[in-house]
Design a protein around this ligand. Structure first.
Ligand SMILES: [Zn+2]
Ligand SMILES: [Zn+2]
Length: 297
């Protein structure tokens, strides 16, 4: 099974890259924002982190899929204990995995250690299709850990897992794409999913917006748990994280180092003083969390 999972990696990555190229063409044809200097600057580091994520996820995916297959044969998990039509079980499995992604995402904003890794994704001063898989390898490990717990507990089938991964990456490309759409269409789509503008609110520099719209594929969980921000102003979001715009922090090496740097170091590289509260108690800023409680910019 692991060998089969690895064998499917090359065509899968090829398909994702082809989809990225197609979305990039649509971005040229109907852009939401004109391309700026950050769109040019972030291309190289974003693609480097994308390929690093492909490499990391290949191993994590194969391990999770092999375990799921073994557990599925033994009927382990909630879905393995009941008899449901395959389609119903598949839909529940996909929703369970999407809920795991919502929980993982909230955790990455609330737990300082996790946020250190996740802020690499948020620190992008421009959001377009190349932002989709710009993430630190540490974030991949966190996401797969949450996904494994939910997949094993629910007894998600390997087929549902494969469908979820496919939907997740396609949705990811669309929610980050710099594509203009009519507001009425966005409003209708936001009832179900996170693109085109719902996720863009999540990339805002404004704390209240950053800490909302955590949904991965469906907007259901944000609406259920009160973390949904209507996406109508998604056409006018200031992207990025204050304090992380220095070009030295935005290179591939700089981004990979972010989780391991203290806020005093990041502030020094950025050439910005720490916030007054941080100057009084620098240690309190080392566990710099999501912007709602950020003390350093
Ligand atoms: Zn986030
Ligand atoms: Zn994003």
């Amino acid at each position: 099974m692991i060998a089969a999972a690895f064998a499917s990696t090359i065509p899968t990555i090829g398909g994702i890259l082809a989809a990225m190229a197609l979305v990039a063409l649509i971005e040229v044809a109907m852009p939401l924002h004109a391309r700026g200097r950050w769109n040019r600057f972030h291309l190289r580091p974003n693609l480097a982190l994308t390929f690093l994520t492909f490499a990391t996820n290949t191993f994590l995916n194969a391990a999770l899929l092999a375990t799921l297959l073994w557990l599925h044969a033994k009927h382990v998990g909630v879905l393995g204990m009941v008899t449901l039509p395959p389609l119903t079980a598949g839909v529940i499995g996909v929703l369970a995995l999407d809920f795991s992604s919502y929980v993982a995402h909230v955790a990455m904003h609330k737990v300082p250690t996790f946020w250190r890794y996740h802020r690499v994704h948020h620190a992008d001063p421009a959001v377009d299709v190349t932002t989709t898989i710009r993430q630190h390898p540490g974030e991949s490990v966190i996401r797969y850990a949450f996904m494994a717990v939910f997949a094993f507990a629910f007894g998600v089938s390997p087929g549902a897992f494969a469908v979820y991964r496919l939907l997740s990456v396609l949705n990811g490309l669309l929610e980050h794409a710099n594509i203009r759409m009519p507001l009425w269409l966005d409003n209708a789509l936001s009832l179900v999913t996170t693109w085109p503008y719902t996720h863009k609110i999540h990339h805002s520099r404004i704390a209240a917006e950053t800490n909302s719209n955590y949904g991965n594929i469906v907007s259901l969980f944000d609406r259920l748990f009160g973390t949904f921000t209507p996406s109508k102003r998604g056409v006018n979001v200031g992207y990025g994280l204050d304090g992380f715009d220095a070009p030295a922090l935005q290179t591939t090496a700089g981004l990979l180092a972010i989780p391991f740097r203290q806020m005093t170091t990041i502030a020094r590289i950025a050439g910005r003083p720490l916030a007054t509260s941080c100057q009084a108690r620098p240690a309190s800023c080392e566990a710099y969390t999501a912007p709602s409680t950020a003390t350093a910019t």
